[in-house]
Design a protein around this ligand. Structure first.
Ligand code: AMP
Ligand code: GLY
Length: 426
């Protein structure tokens, strides 16, 4: 098969790396890819949101399967454009990706399916939103309704803060048009976990559990990022909760969407808060998590291509399953100085080869490009240094040993990836 992966981050590098190992994959392409992906796939210079050019490339090169990584092309309707041309594409169509593209739509689906989630209100009128905040007798989170690159969520601890957050989102439009309507919801407490699954419209094949680290600094301090590291499995999601997520969240969701005439084919990612009363949904994404995909695909023993291809073809994944390494995997993100704020690009990166000499280590590239055949930084999150091992403590140590081989000017990374799991296991 000829397979195209759309996107340019660490998630797409992990996908290309895993797909390239499949006996079914003859050639792997990535649009547009990055400096490291070039080692596992042929990078083609088409931006991931240029849907007409992607369709043309797939037709001209007789690509058998296209796998879409990021949310922007999905919510823009890449799957619809491919389906209209009868080209197999892995990723939900435009209506289904509203699950990520519109928080109010996601909330409405959850309400109809009685899925555990925070109490909330949706407002496009700022005065009504203000009075909801004044009347609420619980702490609040203010969320821009539309896509805001993972940034449009403000967690508050007082009514004053919530009112200020509302002004930022709806009046100053800090997140642009994504803030023309807001979801205001109860602030939940607990530990977060990521639950990622593949759905063929009817059946669901869950991936292993994982946990992200969103805030930029150790001990979950500082502003949120796209994710500073991840590991799998996440012990906070024990077997019982894992089953609950499938039975009480994902199947009801897929069924309620089906009743709306929406066949959900692709990845469903539930961002969960593990509360005292079980898993609650914070958000849904219509794609794999980044960085979660990096440790997940390191642990995946099965070939992923049949699952992706069958889903894309509109077939049934009912009899498929995935097998996982028993040992954990840990991914530490190395970021540019200043990220998640402004940062400089073009810094030479040293030591990746040394890091990869450690058995069980793979360095996935997120924001890199090649300059005279050498990697330089080209984004906020630069590398996902990922280790697979036998037990959590030694795997964390191995990931950080690999990190210590690598250097670029201004780099920073969290030093506590996996510590919540360590505390839970000890
Ligand atoms: P979201 O993009 O909706 O997942 O929100 C980003 C982050 O904001 C989450 O990972 C949580 O850390 C936090 N968050 C979102 N909703 C809530 C909530 N209802 N209660 C507490 N924290 C939340
Ligand atoms: N790691 C969080 C996300 O992919 O949305």
């Amino acid at each position: 098969m000829k397979i195209l992966v759309v996107g340019s981050g660490g998630r797409e590098h992990a996908l290309c790396w895993k797909i390239a190992q499949s006996t079914l994959a003859d050639e792997v392409f990535c649009a547009p890819g990055n400096g490291g992906i070039a080692g596992d796939a042929v990078c083609v210079g088409i931006p991931s949101d240029d849907i007409p050019s992607l369709v043309r490339f797939v037709k001209d090169n007789a690509i058998d399967l296209t796998v879409v990584g990021p949310e922007a092309p999905l919510t823009a309707g890449i799957a619809d454009a491919f389906q209209a041309e009868r080209l197999p594409v892995f990723g939900p169509d435009k209506r289904a990706s509203l699950l990520e593209g519109s928080k109010s739509f996601a909330k409405e689906m959850m309400r109809r399916a009685s899925i555990p989630t925070a109490r909330s209100g949706v407002f496009s009128d700022v005065d009504q939103a203000r009075s909801y905040i004044r009347d609420a007798d619980y702490p609040l989170v203010v969320k821009a309704d539309g896509l805001a690159a993972g940034k449009g969520v403000i967690v508050t601890s007082s009514k004053e803060e919530a009112l200020m957050a509302l002004d930022e989102v709806m009046v100053s439009r800090a997140f642009g048009d994504a803030g023309s309507s807001v979801v205001i919801e109860e602030r939940l407490t607990g530990e977060e976990a990521s639950f990622i699954a593949v759905c063929d419209g009817e059946h669901i094949i869950p991936l292993a559990s994982s946990q992200d680290h969103k805030p930029v600094f150790d001990n979950d301090r500082g502003p949120n990022t796209g994710g500073m590291g991840a590991y799998s499995p996440a012990p906070v999601l024990d077997e019982a909760s894992y089953g609950d997520v499938l039975e009480k969240i994902l199947y009801p969701l897929v069924n309620v969407m089906k009743r709306e005439g929406i066949t959900y084919r692709g990845v469903i990612y539930a961002g969960l808060m593990m509360t005292d009363s079980g898993p609650y949904v914070l958000e849904f994404n219509a794609r794999m998590g980044d960085p979660e995909t990096q440790p997940l695909l390191m642990r995946l023993k099965s070939d992923i291509v049949p699952l992706l291809a069958e889903t894309a073809r509109g077939g049934s994944i009912r009899n498929m399953d995935l097998s996982w390494e028993d040992g954990p995997s840990v991914c530490v993100v190395m970021a540019s100085g200043g990220y998640p704020g402004t940062y400089e690009k073009g810094k030479a990166i040293e030591g990746i080869n040394d890091a990869e000499k450690i058995p069980g280590v793979k360095v996935f590239h997120a924001g890199t490009r090649l300059l005279d055949s050498r990697p330089v930084t080209a984004g906020g999150r630069v590398l996902g240094v990922t280790a697979l091992g036998d037990d959590l403590k030694s795997t964390i140590d191995k990931a950080y040993r690999a990190v210590s081989c690598i250097a670029f000017e201004g780099m920073h990374y969290r030093r506590d990836i996996g510590h919540k799991a360590l505390a839970r296991l000890s």
